[in-house]
Design a protein around this ligand. Structure first.
Ligand SMILES: Cc1cc2nc3c(=O)[nH]c(=O)nc-3n(C[C@H](O)[C@H](O)[C@H](O)COP(=O)(O)OP(=O)(O)OC[C@H]3O[C@@H](n4cnc5c(N)ncnc54)[C@H](O)[C@@H]3O)c2cc1C
Length: 409
């Protein structure tokens, strides 16, 4: 019997285990948490955006680091294959806007449960322990030292310990240290798809405010546009978050520019001219109302006091007395609601890790290490990263699939 040990019971490790199982293999998962796939519970805001129902080219285009390395894994097990994998288990999925795949129940917990159920059905043991060290003899894996249960011999090991994002879920970067100890190069791990810190102090008054249908433009220090998007953003303590902010964070690199300007167009459906005309109409209609009340139909209530403060127009000035210059200032502020980005939040708030085990040292056809025989990698531990939309879980499932299949050979 070939002893196959998988370190990490996340989506990558579970898929690897399900593929590695056969009459000739004894497959075990080592998972430090009581239950595998704990991170799944947090995904897609508790709904788990499993993947993106689109072809390999769309996936490749949404992968920002080492897309070419993933081509073979995605070609072997793509989003359509993943969809049928779940369907065959009798697990219902649905496809939403942007081809994002979710469980029909909208419950990430159901995804966790079905994966655990599959492990049980296939008699795959999940050992609740912490893998401390992978031992190697003559450049071949030999076994794993566990924290509580001593030593387990192994013919093959799949390291699927995840990245360093959301460390409370169990993936705290220890997998990188294990791989490095074995001689692998680790591309410096950095938090990615992460909220952004802002310099402006007034941000605290906006905490909890969500702005939908906002257009954003991100500029580097010398004014070059590095990103634009349209969608939802949210003000949080000390900064901003929300889908468009997380995506923008992928393009912000403080080694290239010390600061970035995040410019939100709060009225993207109107041109400057149309907005000006609308204000002329509004302020005429509101006449003797205070300026702050004249903004009621234009902005969310929570934003108005801050907006008024930034406009430097007295809050109680009568709408009818707003000057042309002041109106232009208001239009400018609505079209350029600017924030200064000074930092990213840490791993504790990041959706994924950028960096990890260098893809130059992994065979993309098998996921086996080029340095240590019978050692395989799967999932976020590898230096690959994608945008939001289900692409990161697909990477975990596809690389897990490939690693599992090849480890069994
Ligand atoms: C808040 C949040 C929301 C997200 N939403 C989405 C989404 O909707 N769609 C999407 O595509 N992606 C999403 N992601 C990203 C996605 O969850 C990850 O890319 C994916 O979970 C990576 O899978 P993995 O199996 O490689 O690693 P993980 O899921 O991190 O699993 C690794 C496992 O290894 C275990 N482990 C680590 N070290 C050891 C050790 N030494 N011994 C034993 N066990 C160990 C950990 O406990 C963990 O269970 C989200 C991430 C977060 C944090």
């Amino acid at each position: 019997m070939k002893k196959i040990i998988i370190i990490g019971g996340g989506p990558a490790g579970i898929m690897a285990a399900l593929q590695a199982v056969s009459n000739n293999s004894d497959v075990k998962i080592i998972e430090r948490n009581k239950k595998p796939a704990q991170k799944i519970l947090y995904t897609g805001k508790g709904r788990c955006n499993i993947s993106n129902y689109s072809d390999i080219n769309v996936h490749i285009n949404n992968i920002v680091d080492n897309a070419r390395f993933l081509y073979s894994s995605l070609a072997e097990f793509d989003a359509y294959s993943l969809f049928s994998f779940f369907s065959k288990l009798g697990f219902e999925l649905k496809i939403e806007r942007g081809n994002r795949i979710f469980p029909a129940s909208d419950r990430a917990r159901d995804v966790q449960n079905i994966l655990i159920k599959e492990l049980k059905k296939n008699n795959i043991a999940v050992i609740n322990d912490f893998a401390e060290e992978i031992t190697v003899k003559n450049k071949k894996v030999a076994g794993v030292k566990l924290k509580k249960r001593g030593y387990l011999k192994a013919d093959k090991i799949i390291l699927a310990a995840g990245g360093a994002a959301y460390p409370l879920t169990g993936s705290d970067g220890n997998g990188f240290a294990s791989a490095e100890k074995l001689g692998h190069t680790i591309i410096t791990p950095k938090p990615a798809l992460v909220p952004l810190r802002t310099q402006e102090k007034w941000i605290k008054y906006l905490k909890g405010l969500k702005l939908k249908n906002t257009a954003v433009y991100v500029y580097g220090n010398s004014g070059e546009k590095i990103y634009e998007d349209f969608g939802e953003m949210e003000f949080i303590k000390g900064g901003i978050s929300g889908p468009i902010v997380l995506s923008a964070s992928m393009y912000i690199d403080f080694s290239k520019s010390p600061k970035y300007t995040f410019s939100a167009d709060l009225k993207p459906a109107l041109t400057t001219e149309q907005l000006n005309k609308r204000l002329i109409r509004d302020f005429k209609k509101y006449g003797s109302k205070k300026f702050k009340d004249g903004l009621d139909a234009l902005l969310p209530q929570k934003l108005i006091p801050t907006f008024v403060e930034l406009s430097k127009i007295p809050y109680d000035k009568k709408c009818s007395q707003i000057t042309v210059l002041e109106r232009e200032k208001i239009v400018h502020l609505l079209k350029n609601f600017n924030l200064t980005i000074t930092d990213k939040f840490s791993f504790s708030r990041a959706i994924i890790t950028r960096g990890g085990v260098s893809t130059a040292e992994i065979d993309p056809q098998t996921m086996e290490s080029n340095l240590i025989k019978n050692l395989y990698f799967a999932g976020e531990i590898i230096d690959c990263a994608a945008l939001t939309g289900g692409f990161n879980l697909q990477i975990a499932f596809s690389t897990g699939y490939k690693a599992g299949r090849n480890a069994k050979e």
